[in-house]
Every structure is written in structure tokens, then in C-alpha cells.
Ligand binder design. Structure first.
Ligand code: PEP
Ligand code: MG
Length: 886
């Protein structure tokens, strides 16, 4: 194997092998841009090193060979005492992992070459500064010495000069610092700082390899779902110096604004400094535009290069550069990270600029970004007092009174207060408080902390790890920098999309993107809305997958339709049995005689019919899949404990009510240990006579009424929780009889479809038989996931999913993103066998997965006819269906 590539040998498509940095340095080299010469040690070498603990055979010789060529092209030798070549040793994995892995600069300096560097550069100060930097970075990253020891020594040196800027330190100061640093190394490791340049380089290379498995790198990968086995490449680059005087400097820049997407360059520049100073915030940077005055020639050249890069990569690029005595050098470029809003605006701009077509624009954005853009947001124009910044763990804008424990959160929210739960970190005991709160703020923990994971799962706004905040739960106060104190009950606003924490109430406004989907007037020159509109329109044209909504009220149906739903894929009828209507369910269950039961059902019939008329009207001309009653009946009855207590108390008083006693008996009779596996779905229809036929009649009469009124209803009747075709056949025969009756009574020809949910493994496994009795399938992937995994969908997320996520058993809950290998396999099989049995079978999905981006791609691959999801997810599903098709 070839383990080392000269920059001239690579290109941007070799990221697997050369890492992002190496591949892009190679690309820039071949574009003729000013990149310092160098070479890249491949990720293959890293993987081999990590697997065996030693360098793969041949690597050392190959590196020596490339180093010799590098020396020759520059005309200097590594660490030459009179005129040294220095190199940087930089990490660079396939996916950018900002700051997570190591880099060592100024490799090649030692006690003698430092003099050569001074002579060559004409600056003693620069040479000693560079040497102390090497010992500092090498000491920390290669030798594992606590970095604070070096920082403290530097601070001490500055203090002794009465300054807080390293610019005030002289050559002598840095020389003294080198002595101190060398002593630190000796103390900590028991040996001298290595003087041999090649040994420095080899050790630094190993340290970069090892940093792939540093704790923070592992954590970052888990968070960003970057595979753990990729390894990093190592780039050996000839040093160029930004710290050679005020005509030198270093900077970072974006070719467009990564926050808003606005055109124009954005960046920071720091004079007389090396790259790590910018990150370390040692001195304040200046806006890049000031470089136009500091060094107009370099500035113009930089602008030219940035536009070349944009046209070449056809995307927003970010770059790192250094100016050495008026000469510009490019140290890095890559396609830059951006916010959700910027992703949309930039994609549309690039189309206008002729760089990409609309297909590509649709590919460049995603549904998760769209979902983010749909959250309400803080009014950008409002006055805000920012007190801290944490991690943007779960998007949204939340305002409420500060509470410090879950008990108070629940209590206050019950009395109608909006609260923000503030904790150092949350644990599973906080779940109730998190549910009660508008938002969650923690001072500890990252994006995979308990608070973050749970909040995202609940769709709740969360800012975590706001480390500047001191959360004192005992004294019930929150202290922010600058002595800002918030007591329990004070108002706080948190922005889960940016991680910002504000004191007081920041007003929220609906997202302009939602206003647009709602069809309300939005400024037609809003670049974000215009971009979303163009991209959505194109995605709709491209997609083959239909998108319907799960909706069970006319209001939801109307919204879904505005959001682009092409029908209703799941209308759950259970809410139609709640509230005032509960009494009829009670009567139904308590009925002793056929007549009593029929009376109860006939009370429900007109109510149901009116529900359906409203929904069919809202979805006129489009299909509406109505699912017959699914949950166990006891859900509509009083709580067993409450009722028992009531009856017991009444009995003690001697005035027990006959009805309550019967009810209690019924509740006991219906009580199940595992209600989700019990008397629900089609089983109810088979056991409670008249229940399903009443529902079918209500649907049919509603359809007939709509047709009479000149409407165009397309009702579909869906039977839940079927496990065997026999169940379906019985209900189907009964339903067909009712449909015929209603057609005869009303004189309206009814062509309703009758189909079933596929939400039990047995139904999927016998899909061929079931399709014999079903005109359509709709996968209920909530129950299917529950039954395939044997996970209770109501309990597991709280009970143990955070542990499973932490241990990496799965990267995401299978209730959120469809488990392709297990559940997905059944979906494939049932679709194929169902269609074999009935070629015109319509197949959709109505579980939560219908609105999950990754799952939508899977359903497209399987060739379903449509996905159905909650109204707010409809735009996300439309977009992802378009992306899947392109
Ligand atoms: C399902 O199980 O996926 C489904 C859509 O039905 P419900 O969530 O109502 O059980
Ligand atoms: Mg279900």
C-alpha cells in the first residue's frame, strides 16, 4: 500500500483516504493556489497504527522519501541548524471534527536550529517565540503534559513585564520562557525535550493518530454520528509564519455569511500571530474587511481566491490563511458548515448564480433544517439581555419562570405558569418536570446529555452545557457572569436553536416559513421564504411518494392541506369517544341488553357522522383514511384506583351508587396487565357487537351526505391491529353489508375502500393472505416497532433508551427512525407479497416514521405509494420524498 501522498498527487474526492483537510489542500495545490508544499499520511496508515499500536511497515521509508522531496523543493532541510525547514503536523479526518484532534506547529526547532531561524528571518524574537510554541504544543499534545502549566508560565512572564499581551514580550522574554518550558518537560516526563527533528515529527504523527481516540473525539463522533473506524490522516506541511511581524498575520473566513447566507465575505484576522492564537482568543481579532487597509495586495488576492474557490466547489467555503511578510498562503479550505436558514438561501443563490441546478439545490438542504425553520423564534428586533450561551440542544424559543426542581415545575405549570426548568444536569427523575416545562436549561453536559436527548425526543426546547452559569439548586438561584442573579420565579428566555440564554421575556414571533406554508402574507422579498418556496416546489415535482397527514379534526385537516398534504392517511377515531361522549361508552359497556347497547350506539352515531362530514369537507376531493376504534376500552372509563376509592368511601358512608358499583365491576373486568397487547383494535370490533358497524355506518352516511351536498368525498375504512386474514374477513363482510344498506337508504352509490393496518409481525408475515381481503395496507410502524422489538412504546424511552443510546446499541430510537434491518425487512416483505397477491394494492405508512427524514428515504426505496405524518411534518416529508427521488 501507498501510505503517503504528495499534495500534487491528491484531489478533493479522496477524502476517505486523505481526510478532508488533505484532500482539499491537494485540490487547491492542483488549482494553482498558493498552498505551502507538503504531503499527507493516509487514513489507511492511521487505521493500521491504531489496530496494531505500531507504524505499518514501509511508512517510515515513504515519509523519509517525501520529506526529502519536500526539502529539495524548498531548498532547506528539516531542522537544519543554519537555515531550518520547519513543518506543521496536522490532523484531518474525512469529516471535520473541529478542535477535537491534535496539531503540532513549528516541528524542526531545537536548541541550535532556533539560531538558524533567527538568522534566516532576521528576528530573534520570532525565532524564540516559535520555539516556545513548539515546546508548548508538543508538550501538551505529544507528551501529555497539562497545558495549564505552560499557560501559567506564559501568563507569569507577561505579568513580570506588566502587560497582558504577548506582543509586549521581547526575544529575551521568549528565550527565558523556553528555559522554563524545557524545565516543565523535564519535570513532567523525566527526559529532555526531544532535539532530533525527525523524532519530533514521528512522535507528533503518532500523537495525531492517537488523538482519533481521545475522549472528546469519541464523544463528538457519537454526537455527530461519525463512524468510529475511519481514522484520521496526518498532513505534514512546510511552515509559513503569521508571527513574523505586523506585516504578517493569520485569519479565517467564509465566502458567504454562514449564519444568514447573505452574500459577501465574513471573517476575522489577527496580525502578527499563528493560527492557534485566533482560536485561543489570546488577542482580539479584527473583521476581515480591515485587511483591505492593513495589506491591500494580500486582501485583493484573498478575495480573488475566495471567489475562485466558490466557483470551483460551487458552494460556501470556509478557509484558513496566513500572510507571511506580505505573501498570502492558503492553509485550509472546505465546504463550510451553516445554519438551516443559510442552507436554504445559499442553495437558491447558487442556482441564480448559475453554479448549481435546482436538483442540486434540493439535495443540498434537508428536512431536519426545514423542521428547525418551522419553530417559532425570538423576535430578532426585540431588545435582549444575553446572560450566557450554551449548546443548542433542541431547537425552539421558550420563555418562562425559572424553577430549579421538577416538583416545582409540575406544581407551577399545573397552576397555569410557564416555567423553564434550570438544572446543573438532568437525570431520569426530572422527566415530569421536563414534560411540564416550556424549556430546559442546564449548565453541564453536551448535546448527548440526558437533558438534550430527552428534550429532543419530546420536541422540547433545550439549551444545555451553559457553563458560565452557576446553578445553585439549594439556594434556588442562578448566577450569570457579571453578577447577574436570577431567583426562582424570575423570567428567562432560552433559544434552543442558537444556545442563547436571555434574562426576561423575549417576544416570540411565528416562523416566516410557517406563515408561508399557512398561505399567509409574507414579505415577498424575504430571501429565506423565497428559497424555501423554490426548493419545495421543485421537490414536489421530483417526488414519486405521496404525502398525506395524520389528522382527526377538520382544523388539523385544513392545516395539513395548506401544508401540502394530499389526503389523510390516518384519522384516529378515539378522540371521538372522549369528553362528553364518554358517558355513551360507559353505557355501551354496561349494557345488559341488546337494546341498551343499541341505544348507546345510536347516540354515538350522529356525533361520529358529523365529525366525518367536517373532515371530508376539509379534504374534499382527496382520500381520507378513517381508522376504526383502536385503543382498549378501559381508556375511556374512569381510572380503576380513583373509582375504587370513590366506591369504597361511598360504601363506608353507606350510600354506594348502583351505577358506580357496576362500573367498577366492568372496569375490573376490562383491566389488563398488558393493554397494548390486549383487547384493542380489530379485537374490539369482533367482541363488542355493533361498535365497528356503527362507525362504518357513520362514515358511509357522512360520505353520502357530502356527495348529496355536491362534495367529492373519498373515504377509506381502515381496520387496526389485524393479525390474521380471518379477522379482517369478518369485519369486512359486516362493513360491506352496512355500506350496501346505506347506499340503498340514501340512493348514493358508495365506492369506499376497505383496507387494513399492518402493525403486527404476523400481519406482515402473512401479507399475501391479508391482501386477499384488503384493498390497501397502511403500515403502523409505531406498533410494528413495538411488537418487533418487544419494546413498550409508552415506557421504554423513559426507562432505558438513554442507556442504550449511551452504549451505542442504537444511535437513534427505533421509534423515531425506522429500523431498516428489522422492522424495515418486514415492511419490504409485506409490500412485495401484498402486491403479488393484489397488484393494485395501495400501500402507505402512518406511524410516526412517516415524517422522519431517514425513514422517508427508506419508504421511497421500498416503493410505497405514500407516507402519512402529523400536519407539521408534511413539508418535511414532501422535501425528503423529493430528495429521495433525485
Ligand atoms: C401505529 O401503530 O403506527 C399507528 C399509526 O397507530 P397508533 O399510533 O394509533 O397505534
Ligand atoms: Mg397502531
Amino acid at each position: 500500500t501507498k501510505y503517503v501522498y504528495d499534495f500534487a498527487e491528491g484531489n478533493k474526492d479522496l477524502k476517505d483516504l486523505l481526510g478532508g483537510k488533505g484532500a482539499n489542500l491537494a485540490e487547491m495545490t492542483n488549482m494553482g493556489l498558493p498552498v505551502p508544499p507538503g504531503f499527507t499520511i493516509t487514513t489507511d496508515a492511521c487505521r493500521a497504527f491504531l489496530a496494531t499500536g505500531s507504524e505499518p511497515e514501509g511508512l517510515r521509508a515513504e515519509v523519509a522519501d517525501h520529506l526529502a522531496r519536500l526539502e529539495e523543493s524548498i531548498g532547506r532541510r528539516l531542522g537544519d541548524p543554519s537555515d531550518p525547514l520547519l513543518v506543521s503536523v496536522r490532523s484531518g479526518a474525512k469529516f471535520s471534527m473541529p478542535g477535537m484532534m491534535e496539531t503540532v506547529l513549528n516541528v524542526g526547532l531545537n536548541d541550535s536550529s532556533v539560531h538558524g531561524l533567527a538568522a534566516q528571518s532576521g528576528s530573534e524574537r520570532f525565532a524564540w517565540d516559535s520555539y516556545r510554541r513548539l515546546i508548548q504544543m508538543f508538550g501538551k499534545t505529544v507528551l501529555g503534559i497539562d497545558g495549564e502549566r505552560f499557560d501559567d508560565a506564559l501568563e507569569e512572564q507577561k505579568r513580570s513585564r506588566g502587560s497582558d499581551s504577548d506582543l509586549d514580550l521581547s526575544a529575551e522574554d521568549f528565550r527565558a520562557l523556553v528555559d522554563v518550558y524545557q524545565k516543565i518537560v523535564r519535570d513532567a516526563t523525566g527526559r529532555d525535550f526531544p532535539q532530533e527533528p525527525r523524532e519530533q515529527m514521528a512522535l507528533a504523527t503518532r500523537a495525531v493518530f492517537d488523538s482519533w481516540n481521545a475522549d472528546r473525539a469519541i464523544l463528538y463522533r457519537r454526537q455527530e454520528r461519525i463512524p468510529a473506524d475511519l481514522g484520521t490522516a496526518v498532513n505534514i506541511v512546510a511552515m509559513v509564519f503569521g508571527n513574523l511581524g505586523m506585516d504578517s498575520g493569520t485569519g479565517v473566513a467564509f465566502t458567504r455569511d454562514p449564519a444568514s447566507g447573505a452574500q459577501g465575505i465574513y471573517g476575522d484576522y489577527l496580525q502578527n500571530a499563528q493560527g492557534e492564537d485566533v482560536v485561543a482568543g489570546i488577542r482580539n481579532t479584527v473583521p476581515l474587511q480591515q485587511l483591505a487597509e492593513i495589506d491591500p495586495t494580500s486582501y485583493d488576492e484573498l478575495l480573488g481566491i475566495m471567489s475562485t474557490l466558490e466557483r470551483h466547489y460551487k458552494d460556501l467555503c470556509d478557509i484558513e490563511f496566513t500572510i507571511e511578510r506580505g505573501k498570502l498562503w492558503m492553509l485550509q479550505t472546505r465546504v463550510g458548515k451553516r445554519t438551516a436558514a443559510a442552507a436554504y438561501t445559499i442553495a437558491a443563490q447558487l442556482v441564480d448564480e448559475g453554479m448549481i441546478d435546482l436538483d442540486e439545490a434540493v439535495r443540498r438542504v434537508n428536512g431536519a433544517q426545514l423542521a428547525q425553520l418551522m419553530f417559532p423564534r425570538f423576535d430578532a428586533d426585540a431588545k435582549k439581555e444575553r446572560i450566557a450561551r450554551g449548546m443548542n440542544a433542541s431547537p425552539g424559543a421558550a420563555v418562562g419562570k425559572v424553577v430549579f426542581d421538577s416538583y416545582t415545575a409540575v406544581k407551577w405549570s399545573r397552576s397555569g405558569e410557564k416555567v423553564i426548568l434550570v438544572r446543573r444536569e438532568t437525570n431520569p427523575d426530572d422527566l415530569n418536570g421536563m414534560i411540564a416545562a416550556e424549556g430546559i436549561l442546564t449548565s453541564r453536559g453536551g448535546k448527548t446529555s440526558h437533558a438534550a436527548v430527552v428534550a429532543r425526543g419530546m420536541g422540547k426546547t433545550c439549551v444545555c452545557g451553559a457553563e458560565d452559569l452557576d446553578v445553585d439548586t439549594k439556594r434556588r438561584r442562578l448566577t450569570a457572569p457579571g453578577g447577574v442573579i436570577l431567583e426562582e420565579g424570575d423570567v428567562l428566555s432560552i433559544d434552543g436553536s442558537t444556545g442563547m440564554v436571555y434574562r426576561g421575556e423575549v417576544p416570540v414571533v411565528p416562523s416566516p416559513v410557517v406563515e408561508y406554508f399557512e398561505g399567509r402574507q409574507v414579505a415577498d422579498d424575504d430571501p429565506l421564504v423565497t428559497a424555501v418556496h423554490r426548493i419545495m416546489t421543485h421537490a414536489d415535482e421530483a417526488r414519486s411518494l405521496g404525502v398525506r397527514a395524520n389528522a382527526d379534526t377538520p382544523e388539523d385537516a385544513e392545516r395539513a392541506r395548506r401544508f401540502g398534504a394530499q389526503g389523510i392517511g390516518l384519522c384516529r377515531t378515539e378522540h371521538m369517544f372522549l369528553g362528553e361522549r364518554r358517558q355513551y361508552v360507559e353505557r355501551l359497556i354496561l349494557a345488559d341488553t341488546e337494546q341498551e347497547r343499541e341505544e348507546a350506539l345510536s347516540e354515538l352515531l350522529p356525533l361520529q357522522r358529523d365529525d366525518f362530514i367536517g373532515i371530508f369537507a376539509a379534504m374534499d376531493g382527496l382520500p381520507v383514511t378513517v381508522r376504526l376504534l383502536d385503543p382498549p376500552l378501559h381508556e375511556f372509563l374512569p381510572d380503576i384506583t380513583e373509582l375504587s376509592v370513590r366506591v369504597a368511601l361511598a360504601e363506608a358512608r353507606g350510600d354506594a351508587n348502583e351505577n358506580d358499583l357496576r362500573l367498577l365491576q366492568a372496569v375490573h373486568k376490562l383491566h389488563e396487565q398488558n393493554p397494548m397487547l390486549g383487547l384493542r383494535g380489530v379485537r374490539l370490533g369482533l367482541v363488542i357487537p355493533g361498535l365497528f358497524t356503527m362507525q362504518v355506518r357513520a362514515i358511509a352516511e357522512a360520505a353520502a351526505a357530502r356527495r348529496d351536498a355536491g362534495g367529492d368525498p373519498h373515504a377509506e375504512i381502515m381496520i387496526p391491529l389485524v393479525g390474521t386474514v380471518q379477522e379482517l374477513e369478518i369485519i369486512r363482510a359486516e362493513s360491506e353489508q352496512v355500506l350496501a344498506e346505506v347506499a340503498a337508504e340514501t340512493g348514493v352509490a358508495l365506492d369506499l375502500l376497505i383496507g387494513t393496518m399492518i402493525e403486527l409481525p404476523r400481519a406482515a408475515l402473512t401479507a399475501g393472505q391479508i391482501a386477499g381481503a384488503a384493498q390497501f395496507f397502511s403500515f403502523g410502524t409505531n406498533d410494528l416497532t413495538q411488537t418487533v422489538w418487544g419494546f413498550s412504546r409508552d415506557d421504554v424511552e423513559a426507562a432505558f433508551f438513554s442507556a442504550y443510546l449511551e452504549k451505542g446499541i442504537f444511535g437513534v430510537s427505533p421509534f423515531e427512525t425506522l429500523d431498516r434491518d428489522g422492522v424495515g425487512r418486514l415492511v419490504r416483505l409485506a409490500t412485495r407479497e401484498g402486491r403479488e397477491a393484489r397488484p393494485d394494492l395501495k400501500v402507505g405508512v402512518c406511524g410516526e416514521h412517516g415524517g422522519d427524514p431517514d425513514s422517508v428515504h427508506f419508504f421511497h426505496e421500498v416503493g410505497l405509494d405514500y407516507v402519512s405524518c402529523s400536519p407539521f411534518r408534511v413539508p418535511v416529508a414532501r422535501l425528503e420524498a423529493g430528495r429521495a427521488a433525485l
